[in-house]
Design a protein around this ligand. Structure first.
Ligand SMILES: [Fe+2]
Ligand SMILES: [Fe+2]
Length: 295
């Protein structure tokens, strides 16, 4: 549960503004290939997530572009445009990181087989599934990343990752998590606007979460088994607690994801952690440019 801070009217106003603005930050991250190797034992599950994004996020963008054609609410339509702009930046940055991950060792070229399977799935979904299904999938994914992202900020996970402290690699993950938190209500709002079918969202969204996390697991397992640097350290198959938190944090993540299945779930009503406003502002200052999409 996100704690409410009754004394922070300023932060509250800033958080409301964040939810409505969703700036598209064009970022430059300097990432040393050596650091990608060095950080592997601590953060390799994050690499597993990164590998999915150049396939998942273009699929989300295709889905949202299609949804825009049917959207009659100008406010929701503008949110969708900002969402598309943010997601389109995310996967470009992660593609650069993923090239470095594959370059860690020759065995990791084998990741491409899983990448091909994932891309084939998403192309098939776009071509053969209904917009309702694809939007419910998108919301299933976004609801899970919103839960994970806001807990990362609440638990200050980005402050405790020792191997990437102060680096461009940390900035990449922080920027992405922050924008996921910023645009957390958009897929829910457009699905609600076009369909509003709770039970269908529940079923297709749960399938979406299963499908996405299955691939995260496949990528993560492959990296952990095939990166010699991880194997040497003897903890390749056991993620660092700096990343995952202790059992209380893991339980709270499950609890937050479970909230998504409640009939009264509405992400726009969930209070964001207070430090989100600080990071949002800092990242606007660090951006090379801010893009605003207009109708
Ligand atoms: Fe994203
Ligand atoms: Fe997202």
């Amino acid at each position: 549960m996100i704690e409410h801070d009754a004394n922070s009217a300023d932060i509250s106003a800033q958080l409301d503004a964040i939810q409505s603005s969703m700036p598209i930050r064009i970022m430059d991250f300097e990432i040393e290939p050596d650091l990608v190797i060095k950080a592997l034992p601590e953060i390799f599950p994050a690499y597993g997530i990164s590998m999915t994004l150049p396939y998942l996020e273009p699929y989300l963008v295709r889905t949202m572009r299609e949804a825009l054609k049917h959207c009659t609410d100008p406010k929701v339509a503008q949110q969708v445009r900002q969402f598309i702009g943010q997601e389109a930046q995310h996967y470009r940055q992660h593609s650069v990181l993923n090239d470095m991950i594959r370059n860690i060792s020759p065995e990791l070229e084998g990741l491409r087989d899983i990448e091909k399977q994932l891309e084939a799935d998403y192309q098939r979904f776009t071509k053969t599934k209904s917009l309702k299904f694809n939007l419910a999938y998108a919301e299933g994914f976004e609801a899970a990343t919103f839960a994970g992202g806001r807990l990362n900020f609440q638990n200050k996970v980005f402050d405790r990752l020792e191997s990437i402290k102060g680096s461009g690699l940390l900035q990449l993950f922080l920027w992405h998590a922050l924008e996921e938190v910023e645009h957390h209500a958009v897929t829910f709002n457009i699905y609600d606007h076009l369909y509003g079918d709770y039970l269908y969202r529940l079923v297709a969204g749960t399938y979406g979460q299963y499908h996405f996390f299955k691939y995260v697991f496949l990528f993560t397992k492959f990296i952990a088994k095939n990166a010699p640097q991880a194997l040497e350290r003897g903890r390749a198959l056991w993620p660092s607690q700096n990343l995952t938190g202790d059992w209380r944090e893991q339980f709270s993540l499950l609890r937050e994801i479970a909230r998504v299945y409640a009939p009264n779930y509405d992400p726009s009503k969930i209070r964001l952690p207070d430090n989100v406003a600080h990071h949002s502002k800092m990242l606007v200052e660090q951006a090379r440019a801010i893009r605003k999409i207009t109708a």
